[in-house]
Design a protein around this ligand. Sequence first.
Ligand SMILES: Cc1cc2nc3c(=O)[nH]c(=O)nc-3n(C[C@H](O)[C@H](O)[C@H](O)COP(=O)(O)OP(=O)(O)OC[C@H]3O[C@@H](n4cnc5c(N)ncnc54)[C@H](O)[C@@H]3O)c2cc1C
Length: 363
Amino acid sequence: MLFDKIDVARSACANELGILDRLTWRRLSVAGIWRRGVPERLGGDGGCWGDLADAIADASVKVDLGFALSMVAHGGFLRALVEHGNDWLHRKVLPSMMSGSIGLTALTEAQGGSDVSRCQLSGVSAEDGWRITGSKRHITNGPVADRGLILGRLPELGRRDITLFVVNLSHPSVSRGETENLAGLRSSPTGGLTFTDTPVRRQSVLGEPGNGLTTLYDVISFDRATYGLIAARWLEPQIIKAIKFARQRVAFGSPILEYEYVQGRITDAIMGVRTAEAVSRRALRALDERAADAQELCSVAKFVGTELMVKTTQDLMRVYGHAGFEESAASRAVRDALGTVIAGGTSEMQRKNVLNRYLEAVS
Ligand SMILES: Cc1cc2nc3c(=O)[nH]c(=O)nc-3n(C[C@H](O)[C@H](O)[C@H](O)COP(=O)(O)OP(=O)(O)OC[C@H]3O[C@@H](n4cnc5c(N)ncnc54)[C@H](O)[C@@H]3O)c2cc1C
C-alpha cells in the first residue's frame, strides 16, 4: 500500500544524479510512514519501532538501498526525538518530522568518525542556550535535511561535556558543503555541515547536557538494528533473480545451478538472509523492551546485516560471470553494499561494542 505509487525509474534517475528522490519522500510522508512507532499521544499511529524498520526495509526494495539509508538517518532522528525529547521538542519539532521534513544525525568530523568522543564541535553559553561552532563531514542527508541531531561538547561543563543538540539547519549560520561523490548509495545525498555561532536554545538539547554519549548509544542503536532487516529484504529479490539466471545459463552441458559451487553461493545467501532477519527482529524487540542487552544485539544486527550485504552481492555478481562485472544491477549492488559497513559505525566498531557490552555483563 505504502509503495503503490512508487516509480522505480525515478529512483534510478535519482541515483544517477546523486540526489534524494524528494517526490517519493513526500509521498511516503503523506502516506504516514513517519507516524509508525510514534505513540498516539504524540500524534503517531502507535505500534513499535519494528514497524518503522519494516517500512524502511521495504523501501530498500521498492525504491532503492540509498533511499533506505536516508530513511534510516531520518528514522533514527525521529525515534531520538520521541524517546529522549522534552515536551518542547515533541510540540515544536516532532510534528514536522512526521510530515515530510528531513532529519539527520551528525557525529563524524574531519579527524575521525569511529572515536566520536574526540569530537571538536563545541558550544558557548548564550542568552537562552548556547551558540555552537564546528564542522561535520560525511553526513547522510547533510545536503537536504531541515533539522539534525548534532554531537558536540560544552566545555563549561567540565570533563563530562558531550552533548546532543537539535539544530535548525535552515539557520543562516549553518552552511552546507557540496554533495560528496560516493562510490555507491548515490541516491542518499551525503555531505558536510559547518556551524558558526549557531544558536541552540536550552530546550533543544536531547537528554541532559553533558550526557550526550549515553543518549547517543541508544539513538544509534535503532539504525544499527534496522540494517539486518534491510539486508534480508533487499537481498531476497537479488537471490531469486540470480537463481533464475543460473537455471537458464548453461556451461559444460548443464545449467550452472546444478554445480555445487554455484549452489553454495546461493545457499550461503539464503541462510544469511534468514539469520539477518532473525537477529534484527530480536534486536528491535530488545530495544523496544529496553532490555539490558539491546545495544549489544543492535551491533550484532548491524554487523551481520551489512557484512552479509557485502558478501552476498559479491557472490551473486560472480554467478553472472562477466555480465555481473559490467555496469549492471549486480555490480551497483556491490558498491551500494560496501557503504553500509562504514555508515552507522564500521564493522570493527560493532565488534568492539559487542565484546565490551558482553564483558560488562559478565563482570
Ligand atoms: C554512506 C555513508 C553514510 C554516512 N552517514 C553518516 C551520518 O549520517 N552521520 C555521521 O555522523 N557519519 C556518517 N558517516 C560517516 C561514518 O560514520 C564514518 O565514516 C565511520 O564512523 C568511520 O569513520 P572514519 O571514516 O573517520 O574512519 P576512522 O574512524 O578514521 O577509521 C578508519 C578505519 O580504522 C578502523 N578503526 C578505527 N578505530 C579502530 C579501533 N579502535 N579498532 C579497530 N579498528 C579501528 C575503522 O573501523 C576503519 O576501518 C557515513 C559514512 C558513509 C560511508
